[in-house]
Write a protein that binds this ligand. Structure first.
Ligand code: SRM
Ligand code: SF4
Length: 560
């Protein structure tokens, strides 16, 4: 017999929020504190922002009995990561005038602003809206920013996958006008008019929900790490449909083996014209069956492991007018970006530039400003935290090249660094247990010295670090994963695949930077000496017996 468990606190907050309004508008007018009301800080996520405090200053301010140094992080919704140069200039202006002067490209093809004071929130939202941008549903228990393979080298196929990402994002948006009312002062819905949320439901989803659209051979979006992934199937140069992948996710909690990362399962294939309906019903099955009492068990991956993948697929099929067909063959080669220039047959070209951990400031910010002022092409943010200057016409190539060189934006990174990602972590992330973005670059410098010794400096090896086990840089599908435990201390995972299809496994727990270098160095040496033709480091880590192959999420914590 099922025991009825109480709903989580967040369910109560959502239910009482009047479709995500809460008392946010009132809280914005209160100048005696830099913070918002506790319940509202859960609701603001649906509006695309988080209340944070500067953790570098926390202890000192505590000693002086001062309020924490509150500020806000705002995340934009940019389906497929595409901005016009004009929009880029607006983002930069808002980052400088309303935030901490940096732009942070995220692992989901969008921008985060950090360090925004309460009084700057509304001008920032209005500034974005003036350039057709918004932050709706960028966070919260909803479908988040939909990402798609960023590399535009096959323009028509890229237009199809990025168009699908945009349509999915629009279709699954909350219907409440709360965002427009609070941030744009839109008139309140007149009495008697009942708003509804026909897809998400009036208490929204049990937990966050993420969608990625991948265009093989690129798995830059890590399609298997998503609640829902759509893999484009290309036949005779056109997309004939999408394989449907469900139940991926990264987050877990240290010491709680009932939480685990999981790679998604392929449950079938749909035609392009049915992709939105399929997505809607994967969402509604999760809406109706997801766990609303325990948020640590509420993601789709747990719903699926509880009921079994066949039952889940059957429930989705029951709701579809046209059932899923058997999945089709596909192959990925890598999760990375291709750096530098790629030319198209029509003379236009794209330049992918390396942005270390997605943080844009100083000279990089200034250089991108000049590039955006040229007002050519598009700015495409990648899910590897890099940036593509896309569709540069032949006539502008020289001007772009000159600016790239002048600002040092054309400089290539070596193999490990160009395949690295680190999450934000300290000082803004309230959940960070250790450094990440501020630490990984130095650690990589030390690892590069070791790689040099064995002739591996130019080899592509993926390395990802997060400051806690939530997995924001998707560390559990990388060849080398580092996950924060306490300040300066990390768990080291090995054995992920280069194409993002396999989870890695814990190799050593609780190691500091010196230990990480000392542990990896002999593995690099034996890899250089013994690798098979074309063998990736992650595959080698399994073949040499360092770690066992992880088959499923349920198997992630097993160490045979
Ligand atoms: Fe994340 C929470 C940053 C991608 C899993 N994530 C957070 C918060 C908001 C911390 C918080 O809840 O207070 C972090 C804000 C830090 C800061 O100061 O900016 C944060 N996540 C990020 C970003 C900025 C990391 C980055 O360096 O780029 C990424 C923003 C993505 C975006 O634009 O939407 C980011 N987060 C991810 C990903 C990767 C992905 O989606 O492809 C994951 C793993 C995939 C997944 O969802 O399973 C991820 N973030 C989490 C989780 C764990 C969720 C779970 O199922 O357990 C949390 C914590 C939570 O939700 O309770 C979290
Ligand atoms: Fe913060 Fe953890 Fe996400 Fe890093 S992985 S940004 S530390 S929640």
């Amino acid at each position: 017999m099922d025991i009825e468990r109480p709903l989580s606190a967040n369910e109560r907050i959502k239910s009482a929020s009047n479709l995500l309004r809460g008392t946010i508008a009132d809280g914005l007018t209160r100048t005696e504190t830099g913070a918002l009301a506790d319940d509202d800080t859960q609701l603001t996520k649906f509006h695309g922002f988080y209340q944070q405090d500067d953790r570098d200053l926390r202890a000192e301010r505590g000693k002086q009995r001062m309020e924490k140094a509150f500020s806000f992080m705002v995340r934009m919704r940019v389906p497929a990561g595409i901005l016009t140069p004009k929009q880029w200039l607006k983002v930069e202006k808002l980052a400088v005038e309303r935030a901490n002067g940096t732009i942070r490209l995220t692992t989901r093809e969008t921008v985060q602003f950090h360090g925004i004071l309460k009084g700057n929130l509304k001008p920032l939202m209005q500034g974005l809206h003036a350039d057709l941008l918004d932050t709706i549903a960028a966070c919260g228990d909803v479908n988040r920013n939909v990402i798609a393979t960023a590399d535009p080298w096959r323009p028509e196929l890229h237009a199809a996958v990025s168009g699908l990402a945009r349509d999915l994002s629009t279709h699954l948006l909350p219907r409440t006008r709360a965002w427009h009312e609070i941030w744009l002062d839109e008139e309140k819905i007149a009495g008697g008019v009942i708003e509804d949320e026909p897809i998400l439901g009036r208490t929204y989803l049990p937990r966050k929900f993420k969608i990625a659209v991948a265009l093989p051979p690129h798995n830059d979006v890590d399609v298997f790490a998503h609640d829902l992934g759509l893999i484009a199937i290309v036949e005779q140069d056109r997309i004939v449909g999408y394989n449907v992948v469900v139940g991926g996710g990264m987050g877990m909690t240290h010491g709680e083996p009932e939480t685990y990362p999981r790679v998604g399962d392929v449950i079938g294939f749909c035609r392009p014209e049915h992709a939105i309906e399929v997505a809607e019903h994967v969402v509604t099955v999760q809406r109706d069956h997801g766990d609303r009492s325990n948020r640590k068990h509420a993601r789709l991956k747990y719903t699926i492991d509880e009921m079994g993948i066949d039952r889940f697929a059957a429930l989705v099929n029951e709701r579809l007018a046209v059932k899923l067909e058997p999945a089709r063959a596909f192959a990925f080669t890598s999760t990375g970006d291709r750096f530098g220039w790629v030319k198209e047959a029509d003379g236009s070209a794209h330049f992918t530039l390396f942005v270390e951990n997605g943080r844009i400031r100083g000279r990089t910010l200034a250089g991108l400003h000049r590039l955006a002022e040229l007002n050519v092409g598009r700015f495409i943010m990648t899910s590897n935290q890099n940036l593509i200057l896309a569709d540069i016409p032949a006539a502008s190539r020289t001007a772009v090249d000159t600016l790239l060189q002048d600002y040092g934006l054309d400089l290539p990174a070596d193999g490990l660094r160009r395949n690295a990602m680190a999450c934000v972590a300290l000082p803004t992330c309230g959940l960070a247990l250790a450094e990440s973005e501020r630490y990984l670059p130095d650690l990589i410098t030390r690892l590069e010295d070791e790689l040099d010794r064995f002739g591996l400096r130019e080899d592509d090896i993926t390395i990802r670090m997060t400051g806690c086990p939530n997995g924001c840089a998707r560390p559990y599908v990388s060849e080398i994963g580092l996950v924060g435990r306490t300040p300066g201390i990390y768990n080291l995972y090995l054995g992920g695949s280069r194409d993002g299809t396999r989870l890695n496994k814990l190799y050593r727990g609780d190691v500091d930077g010196n230990a990480i270098v000392a542990i990896l160095s002999p593995l690099f040496a034996s890899y250089a000496a013994d690798r098979l033709d074309g063998e990736c480091f992650g595959d080698y880590a399994i073949r040499c017996g360092a770690v066992a192959r992880t088959i499923t999420g349920l198997d992630f914590h097993n160490h045979p």
